[in-house]
Design a protein around this ligand. Structure first.
Ligand code: PLP
Length: 354
């Protein structure tokens, strides 16, 4: 068992109106901190008032981006209890990201204990309106005050939380996306399978360009052949083609999403086939033109599932399912959100009650 000392904030903030929340702007009263120093390992896990961090301008994270993060949510169940969704999977993925970035991993059970301890302290911040939740952002940064390019000897693990409004406050509207031919998000051998800030820095330009042209997201191609579909924005992507569900396989440049993994399990539970394999953009557009591309959707913690209504690649545009959410997409959304908010049974034991 891990025990973390709690230093309570002298004054608690006023809780915001969950109807007007903007994602990632409002933070709770406390945060979790833990330090790592070479020779001592991870030490001094603690909960303290939410406040700015003090770091040397030479801190390695600012220069060489030695940083990893996670994203998960706490949900308010109908009986008033608070629950997490597969938090150990986030802990394991953080450890996998750490390994790639040469950061000493936080033990998975200590990660889960830290998240649980912080959410217990902030339980009043978990909103109860439909579709709302408390978003949890754990991250680790390299803190050595040194410009030498090597692995840092000291790190800070921090967890912050923010209440988030319903993602689909106005109902689920399928989005328009376009295939990005120029920029790539990640390459095999790089850091694509990790959640590190650098991947996001590299993806911002394409995202901005997409937005400027009226698209919600970018459909990423692989970095080597620019042929295979990888992800949509910062979500994994799935397609229903001719009755079968297909999703890009985890080649090293695709992020192993926990929502992706959960969707694959549910689809198999329903007796449908899921193939994890390489998928070319050409194959998808051919399928769309012959009427066989039945559904497309992104998966991720923020939106759970996000239906795609229209796809553009160079000068070709295809509309999917008449621009409406498809039945498998809808069923995945209903089932997963039901499990997460505790209104649906949880046959795989994914939910952790606090
Ligand atoms: C976080 C993330 C996802 C989704 O992962 P979940 O565990 O389902 O939230 C997908 N792609 C990228 C690039 C991500 O960073």
């Amino acid at each position: 068992m891990y025990e973390f000392p709690i230093q309570r904030a002298a004054q608690l903030k006023e809780k915001p109106d969950p109807k007007t929340l903007i994602f990632g702007r409002t933070f709770t009263d406390h945060m979790f901190l833990m330090n790592y120093d070479a020779g001592r390992g991870w030490h001094d896990g603690r909960i303290v008032p939410y406040a700015p961090l003090e770091l040397a301008p030479s801190a390695m994270v600012f220069h060489y981006a030695q940083e990893v993060f996670e994203g998960l949510k706490a949900y308010r169940a109908p009986d008033g209890g608070v629950q997490l969704f597969r938090p150990a999977d986030n802990g394991q993925r953080l450890a996998d990201s750490c390994e790639r970035l040469c950061i000493p991993p936080v033990p998975v059970d200590e990660f889960v204990a830290a998240v649980e301890a912080l959410v217990r302290v902030e339980a009043d911040w978990v909103p109860s309106e439909p579709g709302t939740s408390l978003y949890i952002r754990p991250f680790i940064i390299a803190t050595d005050p040194s410009l030498g390019v090597h692995a840092s000897h000291s790190y800070l693990f921090c967890i912050i939380c923010c209440p988030v409004g319903a993602y689909y406050a106005e109902g689920i509207n399928p989005v328009r996306i376009y295939v990005e031919n120029e920029d790539v998000r990640a390459v095999r051998g790089g850091t694509g399978y990790t959640k590190c800030g650098g991947n996001y820095a590299a993806s911002i330009r394409a995202g901005e360009r997409a937005e400027a042209q009226g698209y919600a997201q970018v459909l990423w191609l692989d970095g080597v052949e620019r042929k295979y579909i990888e992800e949509v924005g910062s979500m994994n992507v799935m397609f229903k083609v001719d009755g079968k569900i297909i999703t890009p396989k985890l080649t090293g440049s695709v992020l192993p999403g926990i929502t992706r993994r959960s969707c694959i399990q549910l689809i198999r539970d329903w007796g449908l086939e899921v193939e994890e394999r390489l998928i070319t953009a050409q194959e998808l557009f051919d399928a769309a033109k012959s009427g066989k591309l039945e559904e497309a959707w992104g998966t991720g913690t923020a939106a759970v599932v996000s239906p795609v209504g229209e796809m553009t690649w160079n000068d070709q545009s295809v509309v999917i399912n008449g621009g409406r959410i498809g039945p498998v997409t809808q069923k995945l959304y209903d089932t997963l959100t039901g499990i997460q908010w505790g209104t649906h049974s949880d046959p795989h034991g994914w939910v952790v009650r606090l």
